[in-house]
Design a protein. Structure first.
Length: 523
């Protein structure tokens, strides 16, 4: 998420870096130009060639970025940050090249400017028709980070929304045009909400990933919060903190990982520069209706965004898939090897630390009976550069722990992609939305970009792009479902405004509902 789940630093050179990521290097970069520990510097002319030194130094912790991933003018800041992060880290085992040599190496091969993505060709819906309804939930600029269409108490299905800026968790009735909404709890900076039943009593509960504060920082204010129903099935909940003193928590998922009959939790502790992990919270017992958890560290890297559970190898034990971002940029499966033990295996890892991972979704996209991964990379909150590499990807499960990568469509700033049979033809299509920071839009003034698209699946591996919306790239959250009960799939996008609200301006919509209407209705 990376403005929402991560607002990353330029990850290019970090030795263990990130922006809502995992551990390793340390705090603020120094204001000086060039390295500060001159005694550790070696002259490249008297050692190996500078390109080899760059590979050895930068590649010790992550893939080496290509020189053309940044324009020439951006490289001084990027190289400076790389040196700062190394000298602030606990590491002292690497041969450090001269700052001037490293800068010259990258600038020599860098372009004057990055290739700008192609401008949109405009709206082309593929024959689909929608009725749009907007909902304003707050006087503040919205920062909707997650939407979840789910059974909600005895009121039926509701659309739950988390707002990172205000701290509100909303329950929205999307069955009516008014989009009636109410706050069910107010936290610090909620990033994600999922249903659960931790006590095993059958009642609808929810678990929330709370970042702790809106802006990225290394701190211990992240939390895992349980919303426990009170007063019967009335939709009222009390806030119970299950784990605190954590780094920024981006995702929490519930499942019975140890097969003891109760639900445990997997936690994506995104963190920032020095903090972050993936945690397994083992449900030990209930005391006075509040579960008690024992914490196990599964992975000590920062940058985890999503950790959805699934029995991927069909051995009866729940595994989970992770997306670890920042300089790691890795989609991995963690196979459940027994009580508290997980074995990781890479599904996909691009050969660059600037890929901009933004999310994953588990789904059987090709309908062959196994679970694939929808993956997006469109985060640019580290450097504010539009990249032609931003895209929607399908990681096809081919069995025996083998995966095939397919790039489905380019989309600058793509932040979320979900599967849905939008055209009701029996197969799964893909819907995707984009989030581009205002600084990036200002840098590319006049360029129109797709903000909401759907990919029509004609046959496995063949998708046709259709554009539902242009030039409103402010969507961090997306959900699909038959919201109005008429038998077809509707869309909901959560808006995430990156610019400060003018005191005189009207509040902006937090949510836009796209109701799928009959093609001959004229609506």
């Amino acid at each position: 998420m990376r403005v929402l789940l991560k607002v990353r630093l330029p990850k290019i050179w970090s030795i263990i870096l990130f922006l809502l990521v995992y551990s390793g290097c340390s705090a603020e970069p120094s204001p000086t130009v060039g390295p500060t520990k001159a005694t550790t510097i070696h002259n490249a002319n008297n050692a190996t060639a500078i390109d080899e030194q760059v590979t050895q130094f930068c590649g010790a912790c992550h893939p080496v970025p290509a020189a053309d991933e940044f324009p020439r003018e951006a490289w001084p800041e990027e190289v400076q940050q790389g040196f700062d992060l190394y000298f602030q880290s606990p590491r002292d085992d690497l041969r450090v090249p001269l700052f001037s040599d490293v800068l010259q190496y990258f600038q020599m091969h860098a372009p004057d400017s990055l290739r700008v993505p192609q401008s949109s060709n405009g709206v082309e819906t593929g024959g689909m028709q929608f009725k749009k309804t907007e909902g304003v939930f707050s006087e503040s600029s919205p920062a909707i980070s997650h939407l979840n269409w789910t059974q909600f108490s005895d009121e039926g299905y509701m659309l739950l929304a988390t707002d990172m800026r205000t701290g509100d968790v909303w329950a929205v009735n999307v069955r009516s045009d008014e989009l009636d909404s109410r706050v069910i709890t107010k936290l610090d900076s909620p990033a994600h909400i999922e249903s659960c039943n931790l006590t095993g009593d059958g009642r609808r509960e929810f678990v929330v990933a709370d970042l702790g504060e809106f802006r990225p920082a290394d701190h211990d204010r992240g939390r895992v919060v349980w919303l426990q129903p009170v007063g019967g099935e009335t939709g009222n909940y009390r806030e119970v903190v299950l784990a605190d003193s954590l780094a920024r928590v981006a995702d929490v998922q519930a499942s019975d990982f140890d097969l003891d009959g109760d639900e445990d939790l997997i936690v994506a502790e995104f963190g920032w520069r020095q903090t972050g992990r993936i945690l397994y919270l083992e449900n030990m017992a209930s005391s006075h209706d509040v579960p008690n958890f024992e914490t196990h560290v599964v992975d000590s890297r920062h940058g985890a965004i999503h950790v959805p559970p699934v029995d991927l190898n069909r051995d009866g034990k729940m595994d989970f898939v992770s997306l670890v971002s920042q300089e790691h940029e890795s989609v991995e499966v963690f196979f459940n090897e027994g009580p508290g033990l997980f074995r990781s295996d890479h599904i996909f890892r691009p050969n660059t630390p600037t890929f901009g991972s933004s999310g994953i979704r588990l789904t059987d996209l090709d309908g062959d009976g196994d679970i694939d991964v929808l993956y997006t990379n469109g985060d640019m909150f580290d450097d504010f550069f539009l990249r032609t590499s931003h895209a929607i990807h399908w990681l096809e499960n081919q069995g025996a722990e083998a995966w095939q990568h397919h790039e489905l469509a380019k989309m600058p700033g793509v932040h979320r992609a979900l599967e849905a049979d939008l055209d009701c033809d029996g197969d799964l299509d893909v819907v995707a939305c984009s989030l581009i920071p205002q600084a990036a839009l200002d840098r590319n003034a006049g360029l129109q970009l797709d903000s909401l698209i759907w990919l029509e699946q004609k046959s496995p591996s063949e998708f046709i792009r259709h554009v539902l919306e242009v030039d409103s790239c402010r969507h961090a959250a997306l959900e699909v479902g038959d919201f109005d009960g008429d038998g077809d799939i509707d869309l909901a996008v959560g808006n995430f405004v990156t610019r400060d609200k003018d005191s005189e301006s009207e509040p902006e919509p937090s949510l836009t509902l796209w109701r799928n209407t009959p093609r001959d209705s004229g609506q």
